[in-house]
Design a protein around this ligand. Sequence first.
Ligand code: SF4
Length: 350
Amino acid sequence: MSGDPRTDLKGIPLPELESLLSRWGKERYRARQISRWIYRRFAEEFDSMTDLAKSFREDLSCGCRISAPPAERLEASSDGTEKYLFRLEDGESVESVLIPEEDRRTLCISSQVGCALKCGFCATGAMGFRRNLTSSEIVHQVCFAVNRLAGRGERLTNVVFMGMGDPLENLPEVSRAISILLSQFGFGLSGKRVTVSTAGVIPAMLALAKEHLVSFAVSINAPRDDLRSRLMPVNRKYPLKELVAAMKRIPLQSGRKVTAEYVLLAGVNDSEGDARDLAALLKGLRVKVNLIRFNAHECGDFESPSLEVADRFRDVLLAAGIQTITRERRGADIRAACGQLSGMAGGKRP
Ligand code: SF4
């Protein structure tokens, strides 16, 4: 993605970095030192890595670099949510969103510029697909937020792949980025605190679940195939029955559940009958449902249902014994809420 021919060391998982360094005739443990500098101390220059010999630092500077796309725009919501727009080296842009809650600091990160899956209610989908992010561009979003939080004495607690793109459409780079999120020489997060959200790309979901013990959130959004295929074209390839069967196969840590995300669209998928059909669909699954009232944006023709309608829908699910919460809307005033990210951050795309 860059004209710089030097190897970008950000985004390379530890085992790969160890192999790279040993091919260059260096000790493998150097990889751990470099990883700590990049992900724990946010070094962007080799010169600052003072526990490496000067001559090694000079060699590294000649052949390698540590990318750091600038956060060109920062917006803060009245509810404390922050949105960052990163300008990537090829001129594209992506957004991530930091959501502070009482006991958590959650970063919602992007995995693609745009998205090919074209869910009808999503601003990112309306952009179409532009390109996959590299693992470096993915973990940089986390570096930026962790560094920013550290500056005010706070700690990032959770990472969710719910920004721009479907992470499972970019499996290799997302998997490498997750290795770094979970590594003790990276960000040291528990898999319980890393959530991968997908529109339902089944083979990649099962492949990732084999590689990493992380949490999964699956966007369901409709309880029947006809409606879901209209809202989410990916359903034509991976219909609900197969999707729910795949959700049952995801290995879960003890006491954990897979999350089913459901965006409520007024008059489309929010009736009590829809809620009953959803309860029947999810029966027997270790699942919790997140209901999200649609966040309006300029790309969609949908409307948000009232709170009463959302509560009725939730109550049907609760009565069926399904753990359900209605997720609070965060950052809607800066277009940072779910489904609103478009890489525009208040302006037009270049
Ligand atoms: S909701 Fe997710 S998968 Fe669907 S178009 Fe938007 S970014 Fe892509």
